[in-house]
Design a protein around this ligand. Structure first.
Ligand SMILES: C[S@@+](CC[C@H](N)C(=O)[O-])C[C@H]1O[C@@H](n2cnc3c(N)ncnc32)[C@H](O)[C@@H]1O
Length: 219
C-alpha cells in the first residue's frame, strides 16, 4: 500500500492535514532534545520528513539513520534528504546494535505495526540509557470536535485522496487505521510495558495527534 502512494505521499500529507503535519513533526523533533553531535534514528521514516529535521538538530558532527520497510519510501527519502543513512528495514528487527542512539523517533508508524510491543522493544534496545523515544501518532479528538473530525476522515479524506492518486480506496486504510488506533493513555501503557520510564504525552491540534515521549532507564 505504501509503495503505491510513495510518489504523492508528501503532497497528500500536507493537503490532508491542512499543512499541520510540518508543525507536528517539528514539535516531535524538538521533544527528542537531540543536539549537535548526537546520534538519532527515525523509525518508519517514510520519505524522510522527520529525519531531515533531526539532521538539522544534530548537525554535521552528529548522525541520523532512517529505517523503513518500503523501498519506494526509502528511495524518495534518499533523493530528498542528504547526509542521512537511509535503509530498508523492519521496525520490529532494527539493523543496529544495542545502545547506539541518543534519540529515536517514529512518526505515524506505530499505527501500521501489528506487533507494537516488538517495535517499542526495539526502539528501547537501540537507545542508550537516558536516550529518548518520541512517537508521533494520530490520537483521539476532543469531544465537541469529534463528529466533524469523523466526517472529515471518513468522507473528505478518501475522496480527496482518490482524486489526487487517480484510484479509489488507497486512503481508506488511513481513515480505518486512525479510527482503530487506541487513545493516548493506552499508548503510554504500551511504552511503560516496553520498559520506558518518564512516559508522557502531549496532544496537538485538538487531539488529532499526540506526541508520546519515553526515556530509556539508566541501570
Ligand atoms: C504513514 S507513513 C509515515 C512516514 C513518515 N514517518 C512521516 O512522518 O511521514 C508510515 C510508514 O511506516 C512504514 N512501515 C510500516 N510498517 C513498518 C515496519 N514494520 N517497519 C518499518 N517501516 C514500516 C511504511 O512503509 C510507511 O513508510
Amino acid at each position: 500500500m505504501f509503495s503505491s502512494i510513495a510518489h504523492r505521499y508528501d503532497l497528500l500529507n500536507a493537503l490532508l492535514s491542512l499543512g499541520q503535519d510540518r508543525r507536528w513533526r517539528r514539535r516531535a523533533a524538538q521533544l527528542t532534545k537531540a543536539g549537535l553531535g548526537d546520534r538519532a534514528l527515525d523509525v518508519c521514516c517514510g520519505t524522510g520528513a522527520l529525519s531531515a529535521l533531526l539532521k538539522r538538530r544534530v548537525g554535521t558532527a552528529g548522525s541520523v539513520a532512517g529505517v523503513d520497510l518500503t523501498e519506494a519510501m526509502i528511495a524518495g527519502a534518499t533523493g530528498k534528504v542528504p547526509g542521512v543513512d537511509f535503509r530498508v528495514g523492519d521496525a520490529c528487527r532494527l539493523p543496529f546494535a544495542d545502545s547506539t542512539f541518543d534519540a529515536a523517533t517514529m512518526a505515524f508508524g506505530l499505527r501500521n505495526i501489528d506487533h507494537h510491543d516488538l517495535a517499542l522493544g526495539e526502539m528501547l534496545r537501540v537507545l542508550r540509557p537516558g536516550g529518548r523515544a518520541v512517537i508521533l501518532e494520530f490520537s483521539t479528538v476532543v469531544a465537541p470536535m469529534d463528529p466533524l473530525y469523523r466526517l472529515y476522515n471518513q468522507w473528505v479524506i478518501p475522496r480527496l485522496a482518490t482524486l489526487l492518486l487517480g484510484r479509489a480506496g488507497a486512503y481508506q486504510y488511513l481513515t480505518d487505521s486512525i479510527a482503530a488506533f487506541p487513545p493516548p493513555l493506552v499508548v503510554s501503557r504500551w511504552l511503560r510495558e516496553a520498559g520506558f520510564d518518564r512516559v508522557r504525552y502531549q496532544r496537538m491540534t485538538l487531539g488529532i495527534v499526540a506526541i508520546h515521549v519515553g526515556v530509556k532507564p539508566r541501570p
